[in-house]
Write a protein that binds this ligand. Structure first.
Ligand SMILES: C[S@@+](CC[C@H](N)C(=O)[O-])C[C@H]1O[C@@H](n2cnc3c(N)ncnc32)[C@H](O)[C@@H]1O
Length: 373
């Protein structure tokens, strides 16, 4: 398969086979085995699909050895993913470092040696990625692992190797809700390896784009990746809850799937920080997973609990349960709207695609947006 950009780790024949095996194992566990346990959950809660019994049914499933084995193999498949990608990246670390050495970058990366990774990330390896988002390996390795692992993890459903559907979807939301808005200074909170920052920068080519995250390795990699894609972005190691930027520094502040990696207290802090960072009339857009807890059926709720317990995603339930509309208003935003934006893999200046109903995972993203009065 052709590389999407020069920073993308190259997989040998055997490494590709291993990564595809893990992908196919994940697909099999989801498409072939999961329905068996979904049916078992329904059998434990006959009749009404009574959502109040989620905990009882979840405990009942754990009494079944088949369920325990499936949940464990799911977790193991995730560990296998990181093992496979990590070994491939480690083999080519010298080459990646060389590609990351940029003679004349247009963007920048600013690291903070005194940076303290927030507890909700430092206490566990989210998604089981060894070392977690905050790991500093002194180079770009952890960023490369996250980028390549993310592409395999998403099974190609989020924009293939570029993993950029979320960024295109944020841009589409802005064109839909704020036609004519041309932000001059933009900030992404929780940018990871910049997969969502690049499409936003491309959608607003005249804007100056800044992006912050917690991990030095991820940020070095994100910077090199963006430069090789011909996009100037200023990356910085900073805490989305309390950044180092001055009040009113930006016209647009956004995030993509940041909230569910934090905590309920952090979500409120991030919204308050978004408001502080915007100039009057500026716009905040926060994109999240396209589910709302109260609308999920019994299995949807159990599936989320499995993510929390077996994939180190403890804030998943909070992020899809909180009332973001009310939280933005409480933070001081005006003209707030929450809903679902159609997922798109193309830059779209046309508008539309924002509505009250989710079309499902990977077809819609939950988005809440508002302006600073
Ligand atoms: C699921 S990743 C998404 C990355 C990127 N937004 C994207 O769409 O590809 C969530 C990111 O949020 C970052 N993050 C979580 N809490 C943060 C905080 N308090 N400050 C900065 N970044 C944070 C994590 O380090 C991680 O890179």
């Amino acid at each position: 398969m052709a590389a999407a950009h020069p920073m993308q780790p190259h997989a040998t024949h055997d490494e590709t086979a291993e990564q595809l095996f893990v992908r196919d194992l994940k697909v099999w566990l989801t498409e072939e085995v999961e329905p068996v346990h979904r049916a078992a959950a329904a059998a434990l809660d006959p009749g009404a699909q009574n959502n109040a019994r989620v905990e009882t049914v979840y405990a009942g499933l754990h009494a079944q050895s088949g369920f325990r084995a499936w949940a464990s193999v799911r977790r193991t498949s995730q560990e296998m993913l990181w093992d496979a990608v990590g070994a491939s990246v480690a083999r080519q670390s010298a080459a990646l470092a060389e590609t990351a050495a940029l003679p004349a970058p247009r963007g920048s990366v600013t690291l903070a040696p005194d940076f303290v990774v927030p507890r909700y990330l430092a206490d566990r390896d989210v998604h089981l990625m060894p070392g977690g988002y905050g790991l500093d390996d002194g180079g770009v390795g952890q960023g490369a692992v996250m980028d390549q692992g993310g592409a395999v993890y998403m099974l190609g459903r989020n924009g293939g190797q570029m993993n950029d559907v979320r960024g295109h979807t944020v841009a589409a939301h802005i064109f839909a809700r704020y036609p004519g808005f041309e932000p001059a200074r933009i900030l992404e909170l929780g940018c990871g390896v910049g997969a969502s920052a690049v499409p936003v920068a491309q959608a607003f080519p005249d804007a100056e784009l800044h992006a912050v995250d917690v991990g030095a390795s991820m940020l070095r990699y994100a910077h090199a990746r963006a430069e090789h894609l011909g996009v100037a972005i200023h990356f910085a190691q900073d805490d989305a809850e309390h950044t180092r930027f001055a009040d009113g520094s930006f016209d647009l502040v956004y995030s993509c799937v940041l909230m569910h990696e934090t905590s309920e207290a952090a979500m409120a802090n991030i919204l308050a920080e978004s408001l502080r960072l915007l100039r009057p009339g500026g716009v905040a857009v926060h994109l999240e997973v396209p589910q709302r807890y109260e609308e999920l059926d019994l299995w949807g709720k159990i599936r989320g609990q499995i993510e929390m317990d077996y994939n180190n995603e403890p804030a998943w339930k909070a992020a899809i349960s909180v009332d973001f509309d009310a939280m933005l208003r409480a933070a001081g935003f005006a003209e707030v709207a929450a809903g679902f934006q159609d997922a798109t893999s193309q830059p779209q200046r046309g508008g539309g695609g924002f509505c009250g109903e989710s079309k499902g995972v990977f077809r819609s993203w939950f988005v809440v947006s508002g302006t600073r009065p």
